[in-house]
Design a protein around this ligand. Sequence first.
Ligand SMILES: [Mg+2]
Length: 378
Amino acid sequence: MQVAKLFVACFKLGIQQIEIYRVNLAYKEPFRIAPGASTESRNIIVKILTDYDVVGWGEASPSERVTGETPETVVKVLGKIAPKLLGKCPLRIEQDVELMDSLVKGNPSAKAAIDIALHDILGKTARKPLFMLMGGYRTEVLTDITLSIKSPKEMARDAVKAVKKGFKALKVKVGVNPTEDLERIKRIREAVGENIELRIDANQGWTPKQAVEVLNKMEKFNIEFAEQPVPAEDLKGLIEVKRNSPIPVMADESVHSPEDALRLIQAEAVDLINIKLMKSGGILKGRKIAAIAEAAGIPCMIGCMGESDIGIAAGTHLAAAVKNIQYADLDSNLLQKDKLVKKGGIKVKNSMRIFPKQNGLGIKVDDKRLSNPIRIFA
Ligand SMILES: [Mg+2]
């Protein structure tokens, strides 16, 4: 197509149909963090069809604990949003997100499912891998793998297994009991040696006082950063921990939106921010958080909830595209036994996430697994 024709065509493209699927993805083993354990991800998959044969896939992995959403609320919210998106241009993502926000407040993981599918369409329409279209700062992304909470001895054993598989960074879940948590870190550091990056995540499990004490004791084990030491709403506590911790403090549950990021940065409450598409409402707002943080000299990580290969692909593209996303915790699909993607998708080798040579998100979903939508909007 001639460039002029292509330019005009771009304004005529429309969303023709939106399909919603429910999936339960079992974990290889129960995954335990400070607030509790889970055995599966209960996710919602979105397929957006356009009137020019391009199809985009997106995913919501709701967390009641973090965003107050469940698979049921996601379906309900998508039921409000999807009919209004029909006929809208899938490439005008900023407008489409504005429309979603005007229809429904909050509910970021439901909106992320749509946002991700639109970005998949964007890449496929431009015939480029999404990360290249969004800036292409890196071509591979180093991810950690997460160690679920177990006894210190078992976690040290899991750490060695992960290192043998090639992982160069381990995210260690803590936040249960400071004395035991210290023992976990000591055992793991002794087991893996000095050349592996260790980062920890307390998932709001400590009081500010406990956090300051235990982080000072952990300093000698060379910890990269400590995620969400205190409850999300305890801003004062977070500030206190940041001031008194020798280990940099990262906000996760405390920062959902670009507005949250700005508020915490202005309060000097954080050294780092963990962006998750399920909290931010998708890629568009994830990029905004990264930009706000960059202006303040705050590096970001991209994390995940319980996304399958679809949501993880979206996070990896964003991480590769954006300079200020300097860390990645993109491992939920590696912990899952069930797969939604037949081939392609983002691989992992020696801790690096590697893109397939495909456009958009670069995933080919398993048509058999995703053949029965629970809702269709057309
Ligand atoms: Mg976290």
